[in-house]
Every structure is written in structure tokens, then in C-alpha cells.
Design a protein around this ligand. Structure first.
Ligand code: F0G
Length: 459
């Protein structure tokens, strides 16, 4: 008998421990967001009902991860937990050196502390905000070279995270001497959680090789990227995701990683690479800022949780559910007429706030306006990825970002379908009053990464 096929993709787990949610009223939420200067990062998480601010470190760990935590060994140097972690990383990303860090941006800070500096330029498909900030902090320039299709929210394309290979080649021809390495971010978070194809990674690798440049992968969502490759790339269906991940790794000379994403950790990250000299310099910085080379700012128990999480991240049942459940939210919003980046990303749905709130100028932050409205209406916390995050330029001027997005990031294994159905209803209510939503202006902001702490007022 053939295997029966069902329409419903169920959560491939059952609930083992629960956390209560705190219900709040709209009046309470309006007061809370006003007190927070209309910045969703400044809210108390207790005042949030459904938290879609980020998928970073907010997922549910498995029974087996909690068991692995008990196995953690807290020796300062040479902990067995480090070797379990290192081997789990190397099983998928077989680089010579694996350097643990407390999270992804620490790996970026160390890497660019070694290879960055004034006059340098680092291309990427799209730099994540911390990657860009860590590069710019060294005095180098961060350049985004995603394909043209990646800038058009409504255009369906299977691999909108791909790098523009011709543009990369042109940059390397013109300024090759200033490029210490090339980055590629999988999936392309700032561009809508869109995947990069294996074909594109291989083409990028060839260009890098022709110019004698190293290629590093920002691999936060490597498993989701590999699943998209399996689903969408000719010749890849039916393959084991782990093998696709190994093929992605083989295109690169190293990686930065936030273990708070696909590796299912609540904290952690790493830097991995083949180059002995760069690795040695990175380890020197690591000891200065993170800790000894076998723990790098993490407890032994964290290293164990990540090692176990890596084995769960590449499960086909998990990835099918993960990608389908994100698409479920995107499809429902699409049916309501809410413009979203197409196709849905792996870890998040991105609402096109510029299209949804055309009456608000980009520099009056339509994404911020929408994010505040989602919170006030239903206690749903999302994240602006637009001119608040990227509008301020190096020289202090303001430029509208390429897109004005609001990201609904889905924590891994945390919310059920009824939570998502509630989010859909909240979006529907906000849509009904979209024309009345106000613009915002910034009242105070820090010199870098302003979205975390800026305060806003209604225009
Ligand atoms: N690279 C990408 C693509 C990311 O998405 C993140 C974090 C980082 C690097 C930095 O890692 O947070 O461990 O220091 N992204 C989170 C987000 C914060 O909400 O998208 P980290």
C-alpha cells in the first residue's frame, strides 16, 4: 500500500514543558509602547503576547538538548564538551579550526578585527546589521551585492538571496586589493530570509578563486537554506540535507555563525576556518575578549546543547514543518491582501510596509509604524527592517533603505498553529485601519545600531 498523503503538516513534536503567556489589554499596550519611546526593543517582554521580534535564541530546546546540558563539563581548558561541539560542527562544516564565541557578532568582531580596517571593502549578498556594523567599526566599507530580483518584494524567484556574480567580479576587478574576503549570508536575512542556491555559491566561489579571495559564509540559517535548495534547485531533490550543507561548506573557506538560529541554542556562536595564520590571530583576540579557546564565552553545557541542536536542525521532518509553517503565515497574509516578500522566507515573513502604508514617507518609517500598530492591536512584537535600521549613512546623512519591511520572525518549535492564526487576525485588524496609521520621527539615537535603542515620536 502506498503511503497516504495528508494536507496538514503537523508540528513534529509534542509539548513537554509549557510557559504561560500573559494576556494584556490594548490600553495597557498603548501605555507600554508609549513609555518605551515607540521602540519595540525597549518593551518588557512580559508585556508581549506573541513575540516575533526574532528567531534568535528564542526557540524551544528539545528534551535531548536539556539532557545534553546535564552532560556539560565546565573545565576551563580542554573540556570534553568542547570536543563534542567541535566534532558536531565539523561533521557539517569540515573546517580546520573551530573557535567558539558567545554569539554570532562576537565571531564577526573577531574576524573583522583581524582582516578589516580602514580602506578595506567587504562584499556580501546582504550584510546583516551586526555584520555591517562590525565591518564599519574597523573603518572598512560593507557592500551589498544581492541580485536585482532580491530588491523587488513582490517578485517570486526561488533564490532571491543569490549574489550578483557579475557585480562581485566587477568589484574585485576594480578594488580587489582592498577586499580581505567575500561573505555570503545564508539565508539572506536582511533581504527577506531568502535562500542562496548551490549553483550561485559555486559561481561566487569561482569568482573568488579567480581573484585569489577567500569566501566566508554567514551560516546562521544554513539548514533552512539547504532545505530550500533541496526543494527548489534542479538536481537537488531527494538529497540528504546534511550532504547539501557539506556542499555549501565546501564552497567556502570559513564561516561565522550564530548558534542562536538553526543550531537551536539559546546562546552561542562560532568562527570556523581553514587558514592557520588568521585562525591564530583570531584565537589571540578570542582570549582577550571571549575566553579560552575551548569555551569562547560559553559554558560547557551551552556547547553540548548546540552540538545536539545541530543534529536536530537537519532533520527533514523538522525542516518540512519549519518551512511549511512559515509559508502558512505568508499565504494567509497574502490572501488578506497584505503585501509580503515573495516567496516566504525560511525563518520569517516580511511584510512590505512601503506597499501597505504608501501614505507614510520612507523617512517617516512606515515599518516602525506598522510594527507599533501590530503591538498595540494584538500584543504581537515584530521588527522593523528598513530605514530605521539602515537609513543612517556612514557620513551621518539619511537615505531611505532599499525596502521598508516588518519582519515576523518565527522562533523555532515555540508557537503552535493557533498562535499563528491569532497573529493573522491581528494583521487583518491592522490592515483595516492602515490608512490612519501615523509616521514617526526619531527623538534620540545612539551613534551605531540605532534601532535597538532609538526613541520615537509620532509625526
Ligand atoms: N548574521 C545574521 C544573518 C543574523 O541574522 C544575525 C543575528 C547575526 C549574524 C548575529 O548573530 O545575534 O548571535 O550576534 N540575527 C538576529 C535576528 C539578531 O534577529 O535576525 P548574533
Amino acid at each position: 500500500m502506498s503511503e497516504p498523503v495528508f494536507r496538514t503538516v503537523i508540528e513534529p513534536f509534542r509539548i513537554h514543558s509549557v510557559e504561560p503567556l500573559r494576556m494584556t489589554t490594548a490600553e495597557h499596550r498603548r501605555a507600554a509602547i508609549h513609555a518605551a519611546g515607540y521602540n519595540l526593543f525597549s518593551l518588557h517582554a512580559q508585556d508581549v503576547l506573541i513575540d516575533l521580534l526574532t528567531d534568535s535564541g528564542t526557540g524551544a530546546m528539545s528534551r535531548d538538548q536539556w539532557a545534553a546540558i546535564q552532560h556539560g563539563d565546565e573545565s576551563y581548558a580542554g573540556s570534553p564538551s568542547f570536543f563534542i561541539f567541535r566534532d558536531a560542527v565539523r561533521d557539517l562544516f569540515p573546517y580546520q579550526h573551530v573557535i567558539p564565541t558567545h554569539q554570532g557578532r562576537a565571531a564577526e568582531k573577531i574576524l573583522f578585527g583581524v582582516v578589516g580596517g580602514p580602506g578595506k571593502v567587504v562584499p556580501n549578498n546582504t550584510h546583516f546589521d551586526t555584520t555591517r556594523a562590525n565591518i564599519e567599526f574597523t573603518g572598512a566599507d560593507a557592500v551589498d551585492l544581492v541580485i536585482e530580483e532580491g530588491h523587488d518584494p513582490a517578485l517570486p524567484h526561488p533564490f532571491k538571496g543569490n549574489m550578483d556574480v557579475a557585480a562581485l567580479d566587477a568589484l574585485l576587478r576594480g578594488r580587489g586589493a582592498d577586499v580581505p574576503l567575500v561573505m555570503i549570508t545564508v539565508t539572506n536575512n536582511s533581504g527577506g530570509g531568502q535562500p542562496v542556491s548551490l549553483e550561485n555559491m559555486r559561481a561566487v566561489r569561482e569568482v573568488c578563486r579567480a581573484h585569489g579571495k577567500k569566501l566566508f559564509m554567514d551560516a546562521c540559517r544554513f539548514a533552512e537554506n539547504a532545505w530550500f535548495i533541496r526543494q527548489r534547485e534542479p538536481g537537488q531533490s531527494g538529497r540528504d540535507v546534511a550532504d547539501i550543507v557539506r556542499d555549501m561548506a565546501a564552497c567556502c573557506d570559513g564561516m561565522t555563525m550564530s548558534a542562536k538560529k538553526d543550531p537551536m541554542g539559546n546562546i552561542g556562536g562560532w568562527l570556523a576556518l581553514d587558514d592557520d595564520d588568521i585562525a591564530q590571530e583570531c584565537r589571540n583576540l578570542l582570549i582577550l575578549t571571549e575566553g579560552f579557546v575551548t569555551y569562547g564565552g560559553l559554558a560547557g553545557r551551552d556547547l553540548e546543547a548546540i552540538a545536539q541542536g545541530l543534529t536536530e536542525a537537519i532533520s527533514h521532518d523538522y525542516l518540512r514543518y519549519r518551512i511549511e509553517s512559515t509559508a502558512y503565515l505568508a499565504d494567509a497574509l497574502g490572501k488578506l491582501g497584505i503585501p509580503c516578500i515573495k516567496p516566504a522566507g525560511g525563518h520569517a515573513v516580511y511584510i512590505d510596509a512601503r506597499a501597505m502604508l504608501p501614505h507614510i514617507e520612507p523617512l517617516e518609517f512606515p515599518g516602525q509604524s506598522l510594527a507599533v500598530a501590530l503591538y498595540e492591536t494584538g500584543g504581537v512584537r515584530s521588527c522593523e527592517i528598513g530605514s530605521v535600521m539602515f537609513g543612517r549613512q556612514h557620513d551621518g546623512s539619511e537615505q531611505p533603505a532599499a525596502m521598508e519591511l516588518v519582519r515576523l520572525a518565527i522562533p523555532r518549535r515555540t508557537y503552535t498553529q493557533s498562535h499563528i492564526d491569532y497573529v493573522i487576525e491581528v494583521c487583518e485588524q491592522v490592515l483595516a485601519s492602515a490608512a490612519d496609521l501615523p509616521g514617526y520621527r526619531i527623538v534620540s539615537e545612539p551613534p551605531a545600531l540605532r534601532h535597538f535603542s532609538a526613541r520615537f515620536a509620532r509625526v
